[in-house]
Design a binder for this molecule. Structure first.
Ligand code: 5CA
Ligand code: ZN
Length: 478
């Protein structure tokens, strides 16, 4: 079970050690499944996933519909879009046998679902009145990743792939949808108090088959960036290969325009990594599986009375809508504190005989602050404390990120800046300059700034060739 024979958690400064250990010690996932790149969700991790994806569903459901397509894609459909195949062919798992029989048509395990969904869209779309279509699904996808796999970050089975696929009458409407999708991802990550960098990917690094790709990244504790979502304008590339056509108002056949956008359990990796500390997880209250842990301080004869008081406190908070547990185990309070801090519980309430006599509770925030509150006011105190806690998380994460973004002029300065964060350079959008820039600094181009990254928009000479450039983000990436 999680946390059993746990050694001390490495300091967060040793991010890689900390990350690998915390996933297990906090009961998020077990990485010991006997297939590389596949992980098992512990129940506590699964509960965290449920709350995070609950937010995502709530946002999507406002103007999308949830759906479910098959996992298997016939080879002939998968092979239709040339760019798309080129992008994915080295990463696809193939099912080639059913029992002892060789299959006539090999079946791909979806690495993403364009080629599963679009043949059906070709059947569904008939007239302009059928548009727009905005569907999404949350499924597992499979990618035979060749770089080192990492739990929640680079998986071969992505268990929590939210992919949206939309169809529109015009290029402009698809563009507006891509904008709306970025807004949606902003809202999602804002609820998780995760600050974002939003960039337009260089043309040669866009999604295979897209007109352009917008990426959202965040900065991890070791200064590397993690791409935690992408939005793609697909133009009419896929509609032409799959024959997704509609009759316009004049009765003429037109190819549709499409977008797709995706988020994976990297969103959960970001929550864990950005907010966690040396003592374990620090979870935003909205997604914490346990929001309040009640620890009865049991001394001597009044044990039953204290446990009773703790249970009725729990009942009151549960009926007010909070997720609450009482830790009644026969172990030292210190061991309980350690256990729940590791799991990121935002608020701890301690309750002993003296507190009962005084009509108070001892409240300890996950950040460490401790205070006494009147027992009677516990409900409103929870609400207030969780709000404050969330604001503090957000402010801390924001300022942390801001401090890690540096506007730089030369290669050496860029090289230094990306040791612990993101360098902003001016770049002219030419491939040759990008190659030189990446080689001289050891960084990768995330993309060009598209606003919202708190950067001044001043055209300056390209750091490589001196022609006019635009602000571009450079980092070491996951
Ligand atoms: N069809 C499009 C949009 S749904 C698509 O597949 N886009 S993607 O390839 O960019 O994937 C979407 C997001 O999934 C990425 O931004 C990244 O955050 C995440 N992702 C990609 N590969 C993996 C992986 N191997 N493990 C975990 N997450 C991944
Ligand atoms: Zn240049």
């Amino acid at each position: 079970m999680p946390g059993e024979v746990a050694g001390p958690l490495p300091q967060k400064g040793d991010f890689s050690g900390w990350y690998n250990e915390i996933l297990w010690q906090a009961g998020i996932i077990d990485n010991r499944y006997p297939v590389k790149g596949l992980c098992v969700w512990y129940p506590y991790g699964f509960a965290l996933r449920k709350h995070v994806y609950g937010i995502l569903r709530e946002l999507m459901d406002r103007d999308h519909q949830e759906t479910l397509f098959p996992l298997l894609i016939p080879e002939n459909e998968f092979m239709k879009e040339a760019e798309h195949i080129k992008g994915f062919e080295d990463e696809v798992y193939w099912v080639t046998r059913g029992g002892k029989n060789q299959l006539d048509v090999p079946l791909a395990l979806r690495p993403t679902s364009e080629t599963a969904i679009y043949p059906m869209y070709a059947l569904w779309v008939r007239s302009h009145a059928d548009l727009p279509i905005r569907l999404y699904q949350i499924v597992n996808t499979f990618r035979y990743e060749t770089k080192a796999t990492k739990p929640l970050i680079r998986l071969r089975e992505i268990t929590s792939f939210k992919e949206a696929h939309t169809v529109h009458a015009t290029w402009e409407e698809a563009e507006a949808q891509a904008e709306a999708a970025i807004g949606l991802y902003r809202a999602f990550y804002d609820r998780l108090s995760i600050p974002l960098l939003i960039t337009r990917r260089p043309d040669w690094d866009k999604f295979p088959g897209a007109d352009y790709t917008i990426a959202v990244d965040t900065i991890m504790p070791d200064g590397r960036t993690l791409q935690i979502g992408t939005v793609h304008h697909l133009g009419d590339h896929f509609s032409r290969t799959f024959g997704i056509r509609y009759e316009d108002e004049k009765g003429e056949q037109q190819y549709a325009f499409q977008t797709c956008y995706g988020i994976s359990e990297r969103s959960i990796a970001a929550v864990i990594s950005v907010h966690g500390d040396d003592r374990g997880l620090v979870l935003p209250p909205e997604v914490a599986p346990v929001q309040v842990i009640i620890v009865p301080i049991i001394v001597g004869k009044r044990k039953e009375e204290v446990v009773e008081a703790a249970r009725s406190l729990k009942a009151e908070l549960v009926s007010a809508g909070y997720r609450v547990e009482v830790d009644e185990r026969e172990i030292r309070p210190g061991a309980k504190y350690y256990h729940w801090e590791m799991r990121g519980v935002p608020i701890r309430l301690e309750l002993g005989p003296r507190d009962i006599d005084k009509g108070v509770l001892t409240l300890v925030i996950r950040s460490g602050d401790k205070k006494e509150i009147p027992r009677k006011l516990v409900n409103s105190a929870m609400k207030e404390e969780m709000k404050l806690f969330t604001e503090n998380l957000r402010n801390k994460a924001d300022s942390h990120m801001r401090n890690r973004i540096k506007i730089v002029q030369g290669f050496d300065e860029a090289h230094d800046a990306i040791k612990n964060g993101v360098a902003v350079v001016s770049w002219c959008h030419q491939r040759e300059c990008a190659d030189i820039l990446e080689e001289k600094t050891g960084g990768s181009i995330l993309g060009t700034d598209i606003g919202g990254n708190m950067l001044p928009e001043i055209p300056r000479p390209c750091i490589v060739c001196g022609k006019e450039g635009t602000p571009t983000l450079l980092a070491r990436t996951f």
